[in-house]
Design a protein around this ligand. Structure first.
Ligand code: TXA
Ligand code: MG
Length: 327
């Protein structure tokens, strides 16, 4: 694998590679994305190949500002306008009817497309210079931990992509909140970097899908097994006072000083702040996953604010573990 320093490029070079149909990992405030020209089906196909991602899982399209919306979506209703005004640039994806120019491969054949304006100056500059909307899923192999540093991207996908723009660690640290907007109103498809409470305070009622964890490809990207470390992970309400193996790791929000029974402890925020916890979440899981542990025990987060998105990611990681132990 080439050095990270040989893979990092300037924004001008990144834009040129995107225009030529290549793959560039881009920093955003949520996680690093693996970008390709969203209007070029061959370039988009390379994303699926590099990630080994199934074609039924649609991609989010990134644009630098609101004036670009007509290049991606066919309608932009008033409620979308309000959400955009409040939360963009930022960790919010809106699913809206797509324009014909967006290939079916991007949307897995759906008539709608997920679109967002990321809150990262480098990436917005790359998008403007490339002058094309960019499809970008998280820059990790399908189902694995999301990358929040350029080093994570390089370690997991460096041999399969053309370049990386290094924008430092991601500020928010978990993926965008995804909202579908249609005649029936606003539906939460994925909890993420903007809390449900903040969205409800702006738009009122938000519908929650029957289950946010599903095996069915009809609920794209909401696969039960996702965001998973290689090490088996188990969720608990409270850290256990004793553990079976000396090679057990602990992921916990705060108050970890009392625990001596774990081989490695990742405390996400000494003050119990969920925003800080989200920013540290994937980095902590990457560290635990590379520590040669037998099991990771994760203490459930409070189910409010960003805790909802963090618990969602934990459930998917745990589901992945139970998949493997049953086969
Ligand atoms: O924060 C993020 O959203 C990051 C950064 C890179 O922007 N991206 C990201 O992409 O998390 P990805 O591919 O890991 O997740 C995209 C998910 C899909 O799995 C699906 O759940 C949803 O977005 N999605 C995209 N287009 C959709 C559509 N047309 N209808 C329903 N869901 C859609
Ligand atoms: Mg992802």
């Amino acid at each position: 694998m080439p050095d990270l320093s040989n893979m990092t490029v300037s924004i001008e070079r990144a834009a040129a590679i995107l225009r030529e149909g290549g793959l560039v990992a881009l920093p955003t405030e949520t996680v690093y994305g693996l970008g390709a020209n969203a209007l070029d089906p061959i370039a988009v196909a390379k994303i699926f190949a590099a990630k080994e991602r199934p074609f039924f899982d649609p991609l989010i399209v990134h644009v630098p500002d609101i004036d670009w919306m007509p290049r991606v979506v066919g309608q932009f209703p008033e409620i979308a306008r309000q959400l955009a005004q409040r939360f963009w640039p930022g960790p919010l994806t809106l699913v809206l009817p797509k324009v014909d120019a967006i290939p079916d491969l991007v949307t897995s054949g759906l008539p709608s497309v997920g679109v967002r304006i990321p809150d990262h100056d480098l990436t917005r500059d790359v998008l403007r210079l490339a002058n094309v909307p960019v499809a970008a899923p998280s820059a990790n192999p399908f189902g694995r931990l999301s990358p929040t540093t350029a080093i994570h991207v390089h370690a997991q996908l460096g041999h399969r992509i053309d370049a990386i723009v290094d924008g430092g660690p991601c500020r928010v640290g978990i993926e965008s909140t995804i909202l579908q907007i249609d005649d029936s109103g606003v539906t939460l498809l994925r909890p993420g970097g903007i809390s449900l409470e903040d969205i409800q305070s702006l738009v009122g009622n938000v519908k929650l899908p029957v289950s946010t964890v599903s095996e069915s490809p009809i609920a794209p990207g909401m696969l039960a097994s996702h965001y998973a470390p290689r090490t088996p992970l188990r969720i608990v309400s409270e850290a256990p006072s004793s553990v079976a193996s000396t090679r057990t790791g602990l992921l916990v929000l705060c108050n970890s000083a009392a625990f001596t029974q774990f081989a490695q402890i990742e405390e996400l925020s000494p003050t119990g702040d969920l925003v800080t916890a989200a920013a540290n979440f994937f980095q902590a899981l990457h560290r635990l996953d590379s520590a040669g542990l037998e099991e990771i025990i994760a203490v459930r987060f409070p189910e409010n604010g960003l805790g909802r998105a963090l618990n969602d990611r934990l459930r998917r990681a745990e589901h992945h573990s139970s998949d493997r132990s049953s086969t």
